[in-house]
Design a binder for this molecule. Structure first.
Ligand SMILES: CC(C)(COP(=O)(O)OP(=O)(O)OC[C@H]1O[C@@H](n2cnc3c(N)ncnc32)[C@H](O)[C@@H]1OP(=O)(O)O)[C@@H](O)C(=O)NCCC(=O)NCCSC(=O)C[C@@H](O)CCCCCCCCCCCCC(=O)O
Length: 718
């Protein structure tokens, strides 16, 4: 709703009231219509201030409404009426003015912002464009290049930048509404024609066509298949080339296409999924709202390899006191230099002082005696990690949370090395740990709700999207990766090339195909794991070389590793590079003849494989494992899996995550194709459709937000 009052004798005050972010729901829009009418018809009112309750101006359109039938008065005519008003309208912006919120403010004649406010048009991140005049008013106000930047990226700007760009007229440290009222009093009765942004022409630019061509090319490259950024450029182009009314027609037309697109649905789903995962629960009944985290001020990081360094930087940048431990002196010195460099570069980017003093460097584990929480990040070796946990259990003060950054090992086994298994959880960071947003927080059967809540809260504090997951080999992300990679290997055996597989995945929207990723992260990583599992042993040729434990196995990765081809670091892998450490992959004739020989040796007759088969086999195998994870209760819901893939594995955001994507494709189709491929490859258990998928299809393939009900039923029957 919107509340109306009259203050300072002649100022009408309209307050948007719709917690938590004063989104422009149908009720709020109706409230604005009613209160503006009141203010304009009240002869005592000479000017009007619009503000939001609780220090928040407005978070934009109510995204929840987009999924249903839109009712209530539309926003565009409301903003037109405000701009056309014959009394000065002043927006008092506190907290945020985003999307429709900023568009509402742009319809006002004046804008005052609090120094801590953030403004932006983030519609593009929801698969939309600013369609309440934002794409037409902003370029007229601040010029085409600046508007293109804000609208195509959706980035938020500070009040100071907004002032510099000309989006707001005034920035204040004081009570924004008071300052806005003062301004409203001072401009009452003054002419308003020059304050109506829709009447402006975009500031002229000499070479409009080349500018738009260049921008469009850049945006297309960055968008990798996303349609909203392209539509944003087209809308701004209309602002630059057409009169306002025609520009608004174009804005509406472009929005209509985006609004009903699957991409917008996917991006809006992921907005809510990201928020849903913070409301975690576990099968044992622990929940985010009944578990109290303990405050954490001082954190230890054990091991200063690549991961440990990134974790230490992330913690220090969030203002935590960090105690690092690395027993090898040489490694410790190198790490200190590297971490300081990372902190300095990060601080320079953000224009702040580097938090160098937040970190101490130690070679003795005794240094962690008084920390609140430890993150172990030593080499991925169970025996070594067990030893560290035994030491931590003795050294740390009672009550210290003990966390491991393992990417796949059994958290429960580590917990059993300590006297306090209830204080042990996994905190699985993704490299580079100071950059990547994802954190898997892994609870074991003995982890206490408080330990889980504390790790989740710490993740939030350091800016991560944290997802609580159960303990199993590979947790959620890496467990699902296994069938995906396995299919990619099999496709090579059957006739595909790394180039073909990668192209199909990149056209789908991944920034890199699986073989390029494998070269980047190092083929030796998986090889070590397979050797540990007793899989990667040289075998005889013929059928038995490609079978392990009764199931199909491809030794291709092992054979490359035996040749010392570890990927980028050795200059050779699935591709070749100009030198060890080179980054640009190119097709490798050696690999192609090796593959030919390999197929011949194993009696494999290559066949033509198209992009559709690559996508179906790789992605549906991964999705099938996602369903198994839900079945096993390792992830609480499909949103958890999707958020993990969106933030940790480069899944294209406009496809919503693997589980959402399965729903978009249609569960019956996913089931049918898995059945088809399983029939063709009965020795590949990952292709066998799992019970939950079958159950969902049998229940009429409900939308993704209803899956939890089916999962619950399935669990109750097990
Ligand atoms: C605002 C934030 C920055 C706050 O962040 P913070 O971390 O503090 O808190 P949370 O993110 O956890 O949020 C708290 C809480 O609030 C919910 N929420 C936040 N924003 C919204 C919102 N805009 N709508 C609804 N709900 C919101 C959030 O879900 C949390 O809820 P919970 O239950 O979990 O507690 C941050 O939240 C943020 O960034 N929000 C999003 C801001 C944003 O993107 N705004 C833009 C919205 S889109 C928009 O404004 C569009 C406009 O251009 C107007 C367009 C008008 C035309 C529309 C209709 C055209 C139809 C044409 C169709 C024709 C087709 C046909 O022919 O049929």
């Amino acid at each position: 709703m919107a509340q109306y009052s009259r203050i300072s004798g002649s100022v009408g005050l309209i307050t948007l009231k719709s917690p938590p972010v004063n989104a422009l729901s149908a009720v709020v829009r109706q409230g604005i219509v009613d209160t503006v009418e009141k203010a304009l018809s009240d002869p005592k009112v000479k000017s009007v201030v619009i503000c939001g309750q609780n220090g928040i101006f407005c978070g934009g359109a109510d995204i929840k409404e987009f999924a249903g039938n839109m009712s209530g008065p539309p926003l565009v005519p409301i903003i037109h009426a405000i701009e056309a008003a014959n009394k000065p309208m002043v927006a008092a912006i506190e907290g945020i003015a985003l999307g429709g919120g900023l568009e509402l403010a742009l319809g006002c004649h004046y804008r005052v912002a609090h120094a801590k406010a953030r403004l932006g048009l983030p519609e593009v991140t929801l698969g939309l464009l600013p369609a309440a005049g934002g794409s037409q008013r902003l370029p007229r106000l601040i010029g085409v290049p600046a508007a293109l930047d804000l609208i195509t990226t959706g980035r938020h700007v500070t009040a100071a930048e907004a002032l510099q760009l000309g989006i707001v007229d005034q920035v204040t440290d004081h009570k924004t509404v008071d300052v806005a009222v003062k301004l409203a009093l001072s401009v009452a009765g003054k002419p308003l024609d020059a304050r109506r942004i829709s009447t402006y022409l975009c500031p002229p630019l000499s070479a409009l066509d080349p500018l738009f061509e260049e921008v469009m090319q850049k945006v297309r490259q960055r968008a990798r298949g996303a349609i909203a950024p392209i539509a944003c450029v087209q809308a701004v182009r209309a602002a630059a080339a057409l009169p306002y009314a025609q520009g608004m027609e174009r804005e509406k037309e472009l929005m209509a296409t985006l609004f009903t697109s699957g991409q917008a649905r996917a991006l809006q789903y992921s907005f809510f999924a990201q928020r849903a995962v913070s409301k975690w629960s576990t099968p044992s009944g622990a929940r985010w709202d009944t578990s109290t985290p303990r405050p954490v001020h001082k954190v230890a990081v054990i091991g200063l390899g690549t991961m440990g360094r990134g974790i230490a930087v992330a913690l220090a940048q969030a203002g935590l006191s960090v105690v690092t431990v690395e027993p090898q002196e040489k490694q410790l010195m190198e790490a200190k230099q590297a971490v300081s460099g990372m902190l300095e570069r990060g601080a320079k980017k953000r224009g702040v002082a580097p938090p160098l003093n937040n970190i101490t460097y130690n070679s003795n584990i005794q240094a962690v005696a008084d920390v609140d929480l430890v993150i172990e990040a030593v080499f991925e070796d169970m025996a070594l990690k067990k030893k560290v946990f035994q030491q931590l259990s003795v050294v740390c003060k009672p009550g210290t949370f003990l966390c491991t950054n393992t990417s796949a090992l059994d958290v429960d086994q580590l917990a059993s090395q300590t006297r306090t298994p209830e204080l042990v959880v996994g905190m699985h960071f993704f490299a580079p740990a100071n950059v990547m947003k994802l954190l898997e927080v892994v609870y074991g059967p003995r982890s206490s709700p408080q330990a889980l809540a504390t790790a989740m809260q710490l993740g939030k504090k350091i800016g991560k999207v944290s997802v609580a997951v159960g303990n199993c080999r590979g947790f959620v992300g890496n467990r699902m990766l296994k069938p995906y990679i396995e299919q990619a290997f099999f496709l090579l055996e059957e006739g595909a090339t790394p180039e073909l597989v990668d192209r199909a995945l990149e056209e789908f929207g991944f920034s890199m195909g699986i073989f390029k990723v494998s070269d980047l992260s190092g083929l030796d990583v998986g090889w070590r794991v397979r050797k540990g599992d007793g899989l990667a042993e040289p075998r005889a040729t013929g059928q038995s070389a490609r079978i392990r434990e009764g199931r199909r196995y491809s030794p291709l990765g092992d054979l490359l590793c035996e040749q010392g081809r570890f990927g980028q670091k050795t200059g050779r892998g699935w591709y070749q590079y100009s030198k060890p450490g080179g980054r640009e992959p190119s097709s490798d004739p050696w690999f192609h003849s090796f593959l030919k020989e390999y197929r011949a040796k194993h009696g494999l007759v290559p066949r033509a494989i198209d992009h559709q088969e690559v996508l179906e086999r790789c992605l549906y195998a991964l999705i099938n494992e996602g369903f198994r994870i839900l079945e096993d209760g390792i992830a609480a819901g499909p949103e958890d899996i999707d958020v993990i893939y969106l933030f940790g594995y480069g899944w294209p955001s406009y496809r919503g995550g693997p589980m959402f994507y399965a729903g978009m494709v249609g569960l019956p189709k996913v089931l049918d194709r898995l059945e088809h491929y399983y029939q063709a490859h009965p020795d590949v258990p990952y292709l066998q459709p799992c019970t939950l998928l079958r159950r969902l299809v049998a229940s009429g393939s409900p939308p993704v937000h209803k899956w939890r009900e089916v999962i619950k039923k399935l669990h109750s029957q097990l």
